[in-house]
Design a protein around this ligand. Structure first.
Ligand code: KIV
Ligand code: NA
Length: 265
């Protein structure tokens, strides 16, 4: 296997081969997903919800995300690691976007960054790609704008489907190497995918995107309770961990752990 580069992802699109992406926020998961052949790992600002316990992605900071990015990049051999730029760390100006991206590339050793927004963020994407930073776009439902979008809602229905195509084309034109589409009607996502030469990565965007992404705790069933419609659970990690912790607790209380084989004499 070779290190994944952005041009490999474009080649997969040309060959019509779909590829998977997962979030990762630490060393062990990054190592496992890398070995499982996941070509792109995203240190998402969804760490806000899935690591730090905030109720939205808005509060998480660059200083909180940077150590997670470092842990993931240290652990992978092949995967392309994308660092998500958190709310407030790039919207001010292309200069601010570049300053933040540089931190993720230098201190986090990320291979690329992701930011949310369409046409209005083309200058930001352009500033980054001109400086040598590969950029992944993110359109459709953009969680950092949830208060403006009126909560978790499908985007791009009706006439706004054309807006989404225009946004995606502007990001491609500005040099983005791929675009995430979140909670978009499958028909619109298909149209965007066919309009672009760079790969589209869907989450709640139907089967016709070039790639699919899920948050790993959703994919593996670590997060409990209601999950969005677009999530498919591939395991019950919550159940496995909960059983393990319960068994350990019982063993200790009954005096059955540690046994002779776990002790030094
Ligand atoms: O932060 C995140 O996990 C994301 C993905 C869902 C695309 O942005
Ligand atoms: Na994100």
């Amino acid at each position: 296997r070779k290190k994944v580069r952005v041009h490999h992802l474009r080649e997969l699109k040309e060959r019509g081969e779909a590829w998977p992406m997962l979030t990762a926020y630490d060393m062990y998961t990054a190592e496992l997903f890398d070995e499982a052949g996941i070509p792109v790992l995203l240190v998402g600002d969804s760490a806000a919800n899935n690591v730090f316990g905030y109720d939205t992605s808005l509060p998480v900071t660059v200083d909180e995300l940077l150590p997670l990015v470092r842990g993931v990049t240290r652990a992978v051999k092949y995967a392309l690691v994308v660092a998500d730029l958190p709310f407030g760390s790039y919207q001010l100006s292309p200069e601010q976007a570049l300053a933040t991206a540089v931190r993720f590339m230098k201190e986090g050793r990320a291979h690329a960054v992701k930011l949310e927004g369409g046409r209005k963020f083309a200058p930001h994407v352009e500033a980054l790609t001109s400086a040598g930073v590969p950029v992944m776009g993110h359109i459709g439902f953009t969680p950092q704008s949830e208060h403006n979008l009126g909560g978790y809602r499908v985007q791009g229905r009706g006439a706004s489907g054309e807006e989404l195509v225009a946004d995606a084309l502007a990001l491609q034109e500005a040099g983005a190497f791929s675009v995430v589409m979140e909670m978009v009607p499958a028909e619109v996502a298909k149209q965007v995918t066919h309009s672009l030469s760079i790969p589209t990565i869907g989450i709640g965007a139907g089967p016709d995107c070039d790639a699919q992404v899920l948050v790993w705790q959703d994919m593996a069933g670590l997060r409990r309770g209601r999950t969005p419609r677009f999530v498919k659970r591939y395991a019950d990690v919550a159940g496995v961990l909960s059983k393990a912790a319960t068994a350990f607790a019982e063993d200790v209380r009954r005096g059955e752990f540690p046994g002779a084989e776990h002790s030094f004499h």
